[in-house]
Design a binder for this molecule. Structure first.
Ligand code: FAD
Length: 408
């Protein structure tokens, strides 16, 4: 039999510029020509600037700060500057931005999503006009980076009811006390959104804490097995005083927090599709190069079965998030629609990265061959911004006409 032991060279989706081979139904063509041009520029940036860095930085669990200026120069967030002439892009464009980032590297997609979607998104939705003018111009250029502190050591899924960080009014300011866990970008972020419960009214309020504020500390969570480039932190707020002018003026209760999550959860669903696209392309490329029994393994029926199942999952998920973006653009989408997309796309993503790894067998666990990074990163995406179980409870409550299975 064989004797052939051709070893493919490590490859990744970013080696080929142009349209995505995984976009089988050409969803990207639904973008305007200008939007497609911007996505192509992002793709080129990722291919040329980030490609040489990610595996090494992922291995060392460090963040490639040298890319931040380049992210700013892409101009993807210029529209968020209140004085910008640019208008807000379509949700389809924002979705494809998340997809393209995750297609290449889920950690960079997460860095981008935390800064733009969670942190800037909160200021856009809950800040006063003055606060938007104060913070968003520098954030839109990536000169100041944001983080979003909601989750706590004792409050993950149950953060709405179980949020323990307190805010106590003190003269012309507020004193924040408590702890946050898992906060992405927080080890280096300039502006950290902190959600805290007003001790007087019991409502959840939002604050922007500036780094170096006395009483604020952020320490890196070490030894993560996923999204290793993302710098997640444990935050301690110990008598941390922020001025009233840093309280987000339009964040009045957890309902306002939930509005942000509705938006960002659909972004996570797009990330999941990006991971599926990346994993599929890596596996496809490998299947065409790797030879066993005297022929490329891509010529075996069982290997083609894996590839086609992956492509089917990715294509269906892409159709789902595309329609969700259209509903968002029309202003008619609901929490449960976002939750269903997050739950479904991340389940399919987890299945796909497993199949891609299976197809690559031994090399599938070597970082140089990239798919191991996708497999590991998928685990974090599957759980963050609400686990599958919590998204299921949101959808279940809606489809049963309000029969809530939440315990509070
Ligand atoms: P838990 O809530 O402890 O859940 C444990 C298990 O119990 C899960 O399987 C869950 O589904 C299940 N469970 C809980 N309640 C129920 C129920 N009622 N019914 C059925 N099953 C249930 N948070 C931020 O605020 N900012 C960030 O930037 C941020 N970034 C993150 C980055 C990473 C890499 C990770 C891993 C997390 C991040 N998070 C962040 C936190 C993330 O949103 C939480 O991890 C997530 O919401 C789950 O909370 P938990 O990990 O505490 O799990």
């Amino acid at each position: 039999m064989s004797g052939t032991t051709t070893l493919p060279t490590p490859s990744g989706p970013y080696l080929d510029a142009g349209m995505l081979p995984a976009d089988f139904y050409a969803h990207e063509e639904l973008l305007s020509e200008k939007e497609r041009g911007k996505i192509a520029t992002l793709r080129d940036f990722l291919r040329t600037q980030a490609a040489p860095l990610v595996d090494d930085y992922w291995g060392r669990a460090e963040f490639p700060f040298q890319l931040v200026e380049g992210f700013g120069k892409l101009g993807l967030m210029e529209w968020a500057d209140p004085d910008s002439p640019e208008s807000k892009p379509s949700n389809l464009f924002s979705g494809f931005t998340a997809l393209e980032l995750a297609h290449f590297d889920a950690s960079l997609a997460t860095f981008f999503g935390v800064h733009t979607g969670l942190a800037m998104g909160t200021i856009l939705a809950c800040g006063s006009d003055e606060q938007k003018r104060r913070w968003l111009p520098a954030m839109s250029r990536f000169e100041k980076i944001g983080a979003f502190g909601l989750t706590e050591p004792h409050g993950g899924s149950d953060v709405a009811g179980g949020l323990r960080t307190t805010a106590r009014r003190d003269g012309d300011g507020w004193i924040l006390d408590g702890a946050k866990r898992w906060i992405g970008n927080a080890t280096f972020a300039d502006l950290i959104v902190i959600w805290a419960r007003d001790v007087e009214t019991q409502h959840v309020l939002g604050f922007v804490v500036e780094k170096d504020t006395p009483g604020f500390t952020a320490s890196k969570i070490e030894n993560k097995m996923a999204l290793r480039i993302v710098q997640n932190a444990d935050i301690v707020l110990d008598g941390c005083r922020v001025p009233e002018s840093n309280r987000l003026q339009n964040a009045k209760s957890f309902k306002d927090t939930a509005k942000i999550l509705r938006q960002t959860r659909s972004g996570v669903a797009w990330q999941a599709v990006g991971v599926m696209f990346g994993a599929y392309e890596i596996a496809l490329s490998y299947a065409k190069q790797r030879e066993q029994f005297g022929r490329p393994i891509g010529g075996f029926q069982l290997v083609q079965d894996l590839l086609v199942k992956m492509l089917g999952n990715a294509t269906a998920a892409c159709g789902m998030v595309t329609r969700l973006a259209q509903l968002q653009d029309a202003g008619v989408y609901r929490d449960e629609q976002s939750a269903l997309a997050k739950a479904h796309c991340t389940v399919r993503m987890r299945e796909n990265v497993g199949w891609a790894r299976e197809l690559m067998a031994g090399n599938g666990i070597v970082l140089d061959y990239k798919i191991g990074r996708f497999v590991a990163d998928a685990e974090a995406i599957y759980s963050y911004e609400g686990t599958r179980e919590i998204q299921t409870l949101i959808v279940g409550r809606a489809v049963t006409g309000g029969l809530s299975a939440f315990v509070r």
